[in-house]
Design a protein. Structure first.
Ligand code: UDP
Length: 234
């Protein structure tokens, strides 16, 4: 097996499916089934979900929200998404445990590296919500942080594109995809794989990033079986 322990990052927006806002239950269930399949292969999985489908702190400032309060709303949005995923995982028969960066029992347990690892070693999927618990960060950075903390073999960024391209493939028909690319090349080309804070954390702590299309059913499993379906940044 290519990976024993992974950190899977899902954006909040991906949970919307074809909707304009909130959570699409069909998409959510597809994710839950895919995650369950991979967990059954014995792979240890931790998950960080964004909150962009509900609220982003920065966009709140234009509506008059204080940035820190807006970011707190954003972090709570990631908890809402995580509760939804926890419920969907339970529905497909996948044991899981919800952790929160900020204390809010009984919604979830306060996160610690050791509790999350213990969960994964017992066969539970660890959903790590609430971002980093601090404003001015993103869930990309939270996934980098948690991935490094739990000693994941890679951070998998599930998106709606199948990897990292020379240009935005949704805008430029001549864009070509990288199989692998170095962190230095990502900086040099100004590619937006993740935000710079997250990218730098992964680079400095040797955590490879795998960008792949999570919306194609079965891709997560294919990736785990070693199929070359995304882009590896290392
Ligand atoms: N957020 C934060 N600190 C963190 C992670 C997230 O303040 O450590 C807030 C921030 O306002 C962000 C929102 O939560 O806009 C939702 O996260 P993000 O934008 O990363 O979600 P995604 O784009 O992945 O859906």
């Amino acid at each position: 097996m290519e990976y024993n322990r992974i950190l899977l990052k899902l954006s909040g927006e991906s949970l919307m499916g074809d909707k304009q806002y909130g959570i699409d239950e069909v998409r959510l269930n597809q994710y839950a089934e895919q995650i369950h399949e991979v967990a059954q292969m014995g792979i240890q999985i931790a998950i960080v979900i964004g909150g962009g489908n509900i609220f982003r702190g920065l966009s709140g400032t234009s509506k008059g929200f204080d940035r820190v309060k807006g970011d707190q709303m954003g972090m709570l949005a990631t908890v809402i998404n995580s509760i939804a995923l926890s419920s969907a995982l339970t529905n497909v028969g996948q044991r899981n445990r919800l952790y929160t960066a900020i204390r809010m029992e009984p919604v979830g347990e306060l996160y610690s590296k050791w509790k999350a690892i213990e969960s994964m070693e017992k066969g539970e999927v660890a959903i790590i919500s609430g971002g980093t618990g601090n404003p001015f960060f993103t869930t990309d950075t939270a996934s980098a942080l948690r991935g490094i903390e739990i000693e994941a073999d890679a951070m998998l960024k599930g998106t709606r594109v199948d990897g990292v391209y020379t240009a935005d493939p949704e805008k430029d028909p001549n864009a070509t995809k990288f199989q692998t690319i170095s962190f230095d090349e990502v900086y040099k080309r100004g590619l937006k794989v993740m935000d710079l804070t997250a990218t730098t954390m992964c680079k400095e702590n040797n955590l490879p990033i795998v960008v792949f299309n999570m919306d194609i059913y079965g891709n997560l499993k294919r990736l785990m079986q070693g199929e070359n379906i995304g882009t590896v940044v290392k």
